[in-house]
Ligand binder design. Structure first.
Ligand SMILES: [Ca+2]
Length: 103
């Protein structure tokens, strides 16, 4: 009986942590969408493809900037990945502001 309760506790714990990360990421995407209303904002705006525990150059700059709408605005005219295209233009074009291979 008790091993089932432990397993249930572990499962619930994992679900709570995963859900809280999802809500945090959703809030971040909404911060970008508040400024770039027509943009499609996916996970790869801030994270490398297939590695959502890490930040790309844009994601790190956004995090360092306060992880809010003001950070999005402050980063708009910058070029986080150094590919020659500013972050705002990349977000609105659907390319990745944190990946120099995407512009
Ligand atoms: Ca860029």
């Amino acid at each position: 009986m008790s091993k089932y309760l432990v397993a249930l506790g572990v499962i619930l714990g994992v679900l709570i942590v995963a859900t809280s990360f999802s809500y945090a990421a959703m809030a971040d995407a909404n911060n970008v969408k508040e400024i770039h209303k027509d943009a499609t904002v996916g996970c790869t705006v801030c994270h490398p493809e297939g590695d959502f525990k890490s930040m790309n150059a844009y994601g790190q700059a956004y995090k360092d900037g306060g992880r809010n709408v003001e950070a999005v605005t402050a980063l708009d005219a910058q070029d986080a990945d150094g590919d020659g295209v500013i972050n705002a233009d990349e977000i609105n074009a659907g390319t990745n502001p944190g990946d120099p291979a995407s512009k």
